[in-house]
Design a protein around this ligand. Structure first.
Ligand SMILES: Nc1ncnc2c1ncn2[C@@H]1O[C@H](COP(=O)(O)OP(=O)(O)O)[C@@H](O)[C@H]1O
Ligand SMILES: [Mg+2]
Length: 274
């Protein structure tokens, strides 16, 4: 359904060396699947995700959705095509001086849904899906982070997209709220058949939600595997970064400084750290 072919995105900003954020990435995403993209900060995940709806137009390559190369469309055709693609962000990006319902309605106005009645029906439908109808007249500041993200999901769903792009959707949320939001994303995928692409630095999100995983480093996809392999205790990713991401937990060296100094000296003596 989504074919990314040889995508590259290079930023050239005033006098600095060009940064290739996405470097020759090709990826096929099946209809109705949940694709995870994991990597550290700066790997190029957000840029790649924004390439899919041309929010960030790639420098080269093809973005084919249902057989149409978005790169070839006119501005008006692209505007239409984008209604098929919803997006949510780590920071929710709600408009603070609009109510929940008005926030959702705004995306319908942008999508060109002209009749107020039609917009009202769709707003109600979207809030219902995400179980937040009771907050329709409330302003975002009165909502918890999890509720705000659910409103953002409702806003993305209002245009009835076929694809939902999620950029670190739970990174600003606590673990309990994260589970709730991921459950909604899973339900939307299953019940509405929406293809989900989720970018994250958290392996927990990948494990809980996705079908397929792509590991990104320095603008490239360096490894991919089926998410269910993560259930297998003996599974080892082939790349160092993949193994690091799969190894749960944060490891902090809490030896005393003089121990570290001695260890470093010893390691240097045998040819340095790896
Ligand atoms: N608009 C931009 N202008 C210049 N450099 C950018 C821009 N957006 C991202 N970059 C650079 O591209 C690289 C990848 O960034 P990003 O896609 O945000 O990575 P991630 O989401 O994995 O943290 C980084 O080096 C970042 O500084
Ligand atoms: Mg990012």
């Amino acid at each position: 359904m989504i074919s990314l072919r040889n995508l590259s995105t290079t930023f050239t900003t005033g006098g600095n060396d060009p940064v290739t954020a996405v470097d020759d990435v090709s990826l096929e995403i099946d209809r109705g699947s949940i694709q995870g993209i994991i990597g550290f900060s700066g790997a190029g995940k957000s840029t790649l995700l924004r390439n899919i709806n041309l929010l960030e137009r790639p420098t080269s390559g093809e973005v084919i959705i249902d057989g149409v190369d978005l790169m070839e469309l006119s501005d008006e055709e692209l505007r239409q095509a984008r209604h098929q693609i919803g997006m949510i962000f780590q920071g929710f990006n709600l408009v603070n001086n609009l109510t929940v319902a008005q926030n959702v309605e705004l995306s319908l106005k942008f999508a060109g849904v002209a009749k107020a009645h039609d917009r009202r029906v769709r707003v109600a439908e979207a809030l219902e899906i995400i179980d937040i109808s009771d907050k329709a007249t409330v302003y975002p500041a009165k909502l918890s982070g999890g509720q705000q993200q659910r409103v953002a999901i409702a806003r993305a769903l209002a245009t009835r997209p076929r694809v939902l792009l999620c950029d670190e959707p739970t990174s600003a949320l606590d673990p309990f709220t994260t589970a709730t939001v991921l459950q909604y994303l899973a339900d939307i995928n299953r019940e509405l058949g929406i293809t989900v692409v989720v970018v994250t630095h958290e392996m927990e999100v990948i494990k809980a939600l996705t079908d397929h995983v792509a590991v990104m480093e320095s603008g490239r996809i360096v490894e991919r595997f089926a998410a269910k392999r993560l259930q297998d205790k003996t599974f080892e990713p082939t790349t160092a970064i993949g193994r690091y991401l799969v190894s749960d937990g944060i490891h902090v060296d809490r030896r005393q400084q003089h121990d570290v100094d001695e260890a470093s000296t010893a390691e240097l003596a045998v040819g340095g750290r790896v």
